[in-house]
Design a protein around this ligand. Structure first.
Ligand code: UFG
Length: 339
């Protein structure tokens, strides 16, 4: 079986490619290298002993995508390619809508015209906004996300539901909570460009001295220690969920399938708990200061991931400390590369 993985050199994409190769799938990667680097391809080969076919182009280039589908027999797609910076999406909304939605539609057009099914979409728990009750399951009502980035995820889900219904296709919408960590080999991980927005890359860069202090955005939230709570899921666990979701779609007998899964650990951790876990796991200090809340942040979000466990036989079982240990190993690897 040959799977097209768009954004396959990115953070979650590269881990998923590795898991697909471990599970005997052939992989074709399309990635425009806008937020990734070529050495990741070599590292995937070092880990798996297999070299995926790689096309460096932008999925908005419809003619190149058509040529790719002409050249290969493709059995499914996992679509990671998207812009993902929440803050940037507020100042460049059109770029986000154009990039995230046009590229999605271009692939779906190929699926429609070639009678291909099995499509997995990277969605986000941002589609729930600040949910009224915890934990968040798949029946929790959706709210319009604040950011244009979040709206592209919600619109992507709607496009895929219509696509599955109208053309009798199988799709799986995977709503990620907060992915963290790196591959146990320290050959794959997150590559933040510039100043990181997300918590764990910022913590890591602070521990290594690249940043002076972590800014904790608010300690007056109605949570136990006053800092905001999220569900941090280890990226390799998350990658494995994609393989499980793909296998389930492929085994489905019906023509039309719309699967939706929350992918999280089921456990919430506060910002301060993450900082402490990082310090304990790696025996390093993370200096921090408390600042004003960050605009657009919610108080708390953690998953009820029972549906994924029941239907996919999958569970995120790596501890926060272990995930944070791999992050630190990855940071050391990155620093050794630049020396
Ligand atoms: N935080 C800090 N300091 C930092 C960075 C983050 O205190 O330097 C805090 C945030 O305020 C928040 C928590 O750490 O309370 C997590 O922040 P992240 O930016 O790591 O993650 P978010 O939950 O804000 O965003 C993530 C993804 C988005 C996705 C969103 C869905 O990055 O892509 O979850 O809720 F849309």
């Amino acid at each position: 079986m040959t799977i097209l993985v768009t954004g396959g050199l990115g953070y979650i994409g590269s881990h998923t490619v590795t898991e697909l190769l471990h599970n005997g799938f052939e992989v074709i990667i399309v990635d425009d290298l806008s937020n990734s680097e070529r050495f990741i391809l070599e590292n995937i080969e070092k880990i798996t002993g297999k070299k995926p076919i790689f096309y460096p182009f932008d999925l908005k280039r419809k003619e190149l995508l058509t040529q790719l589908f002409d050249a290969h027999q493709i059995d499914g797609c996992i679509n990671f390619a998207a812009f993902k910076a929440v803050g940037e999406s507020q100042v460049k909304p059109l770029d986000y809508y154009e990039n995230n939605l046009f590229s999605l539609i271009n692939i779906l057009q190929e699926f429609k015209s070639r009678n291909i099914s099995n499509f997995i979409f990277s969605s986000s728990c941002t589609v729930y906004g600040q949910a009224d009750e915890m934990p968040i399951d798949e029946h929790t009502p959706l709210k319009t996300p604040e950011s244009s980035y979040g709206k592209t995820k919600q619109m992507g889900e709607e496009i895929l539901k219509d696509f599955a219904q109208a053309y009798r296709k199988k799709v799986s919408l995977l709503r990620y909570f907060n992915p963290i960590g790196a591959h146990p080999t320290a050959l794959l991980g997150e590559l933040p460009i510039g100043i990181p927005n997300n918590l764990v890359p910022y913590v890591t860069q602070t521990a290594s001295g690249i940043r002076e202090k972590l800014n904790i955005w608010g300690n007056d939230y109605p949570t136990e220690d006053g800092t905001a709570v999220r569900d941090y899921i280890y990226v390799v666990d998350l990658a494995r969920a994609h393989v499980a979701a793909l296998k389930k779609l492929m085994a489905e007998q019906q023509d039309t399938v719309i699967d939706i899964y929350n992918l999280g650990t089921g456990k919430g951790s506060s910002v301060l708990e993450v900082v402490e876990a990082f310090e304990t796991a790696n025996d390093v200090k993370v200096p921090y200061q408390i600042c004003e809340r960050r605009a657009g942040d919610i108080t708390i979000a953690y998953a009820n991931a029972d549906k994924a466990e029941k239907e996919l036989g999958w569970k995120a079982d790596t501890s926060l400390e272990e995930a944070l240990r791999t992050t630190w190993e990855w940071q050391k690897y990155l620093e050794s590369r630049t020396q």
